[in-house]
Write a protein that binds this ligand. Structure first.
Ligand code: 6CS
Length: 333
């Protein structure tokens, strides 16, 4: 009788602990008004509306560079983290599949379908992230990647000798070598200053970020060669996620879905405004879109980057890339 009573007491206190209101820490690589910040805010709103838990968002600059923040998430100091494959590539080489040039279509409906339904994202990548102590919750697009430079370019030879900053991914280094440039991997915090002091000549990023981080102030030309869509990923510390009750796991999944559905349209809606703001602030800026014909040599170079990806990631990378290509075909139907 006494044993039963103690057992009951134990069970109810375990339930009480696992359902206790908590404050979960969530770090992003951008400011609160940027795409990752808007996603995190939607996630927070859902969690706080549907539970007693609270979310504290840590924007870029509060906890260190992206790589430092990831270490904190893996160690369980942070419960949630947003990190883009451009940085995760050193930890999970296969994540660099999202950086491969000319893999994504330019059709935005197809891109949405892909991020919603991709088997690679929803079934294969979570296993790879889990091996690094991370529960992959969502991957989402932040817009087409443009290249900023000091001078116009229309072919790879024009980029010869030009130092183009990339995120710290070996695959992005290979990409820009194929594009004719001198790839220069740098942490985000060094980009504006390096452009200003002319240590580098250019960099690549989506339009909203070129505007919000004021990269256009230290660039003369913004060129679209249609080579990539900026992808990011939100994950939870796996030990933390696994320790959650069934309801809390569901809460986190639902909050992710809620934020994801919002962000797909949101990230599209800000591109035009960003471009207009840049033009207004710096009328001398040149926007260039390469024609299909002009893109051809860049597409050709991309073939070697695919080979390099398989070299870097082996059978596992090849398998996931093939699945991604199949998912993209399906998404474009
Ligand atoms: O280029 C970068 O490093 C940054 N770009 C974006 C769009 N988000 C965060 C990242 O650190």
């Amino acid at each position: 009788m006494k044993n039963k009573f103690i057992k009951g007491l134990l069970v109810s206190s375990i339930i009480a602990i696992s359902t206790q209101a908590a404050t979960w820490k969530y770090a992003i690589e951008e400011s609160i008004t940027d795409v990752q910040g808007v996603y995190a805010t939607k996630f927070k709103e859902y969690i706080e509306k549907n539970s007693d838990h609270k979310i504290k968002i840590y924007p870029y600059g509060t906890l260190g560079e992206s790589v430092d923040v990831m270490e904190q998430a893996q160690a369980g100091i942070l419960e949630f983290v947003d990190q883009s494959p451009g940085f995760t590539g050193t930890l999970i080489p296969e994540a660099q599949a999202f950086l491969l040039p000319y893999v994504f279509p330019e059709n935005s409906k197809a891109i949405d379908n892909f991020f919603k339904n991709s088997k690679a994202i929803n079934e294969m990548f979570p296993k790879l992230y889990a091996k690094q102590g991370l529960e992959l919750l969502k991957m989402f697009p932040e817009g087409a990647v443009s290249i900023t430079t000091q001078e116009p370019f229309t072919k790879p030879e024009d980029l010869n000798g030009k130092k183009i900053r990339v995120m710290t991914s070996p695959l992005l280094v290979e990409t820009y070598k194929e594009f004719g440039a001198v790839p220069t991997p740098l942490a985000w915090g060094e980009v504006y200053g390096s452009l200003q002091t002319k240590i580098i000549d250019g960099q690549e990023n989506p339009m909203f970020w070129i505007e919000s981080a004021k990269l256009y102030e230290v660039s003369e030309v913004i060129t679209d060669i249609g080579h990539n869509i900026f992808t990011t990923a939100v994950m939870a510390n796996k030990r933390f996620f696994d320790s959650l009750s069934k309801e809390n796991k569901k809460l986190v999944k639902n909050a992710s879905e809620h934020a994801f559905n919002y962000i797909l349209d949101y990230q599209k809606s800000i591109i035009k405004k960003a471009k207009e703001k840049i033009k207004k602030d710096k009328p001398s800026i040149k926007f260039v879109t390469l024609t299909d014909e002009q893109r051809e040599p860049f597409r050709k170079g991309a073939q070697n980057v695919y080979k390099k990806f398989v070299e870097l990631t082996g059978k596992s990378g090849e398998k996931i890339l093939n699945q991604m290509l199949e998912d993209l075909k399906e998404a474009s139907k």
